[in-house]
Design a protein around this ligand. Structure first.
Ligand SMILES: [Zn+2]
Length: 140
């Protein structure tokens, strides 16, 4: 390793989208989410430690299924606080036409998830990388 800075914690490294092995180098080709066609494009290997980031394990046939499940779970993380915000006293009723809060909840949830989608896709890839590549894996 060329840098002497201590490695980040696992959560800050994962949310900072750093290499799962050394937790230093940014793993995506572009810092920005644009262009959308390159949003989830990973570098071949980590620039810092040489850890292979694209492999059969994380880019194989089951990848789409796994990413879909992770995105689904990440979306739920957004839905719960929004639900709590629109329904602080647990009075939200689907059948009450006078109470429009359920539509505000559904509309806001959909809007947030659509706007957050590029970052959710990146986070799903990060979760997957962190599940399969352990810390210090490149040193083995
Ligand atoms: Zn690395």
């Amino acid at each position: 390793m060329s840098s002497q800075t201590p490695p980040k914690g696992i959560l800050s490294a994962m949310f900072g989208m750093r290499c799962p092995s050394c937790r230093k180098s940014f793993v995506f080709k572009n810092r920005s989410i644009f262009p959308f066609s390159q949003t989830t494009a990973l570098k071949e290997t980590c620039e810092e430690c040489g850890q292979k980031l694209i492999s059969e394990k994380n880019n194989g046939a089951g990848m789409n299924y796994a990413l879909t499940m992770v995105i689904f779970l990440l979306n739920i993380i957004w839905f719960v606080p929004l639900y709590k915000y629109f329904d602080p006293h647990k009075e939200l009723h689907w059948y009450d036409s006078a109470d429009q809060s359920v539509w505000w909840y559904l509309g806001t949830s959909t809007f947030v998830v659509v706007v957050m989608q590029p970052w959710l896709m990146r986070m799903s890839r990060m979760v997957y990388l962190y599940l399969y590549v352990g810390f210090g894996a490149s040193e083995n």
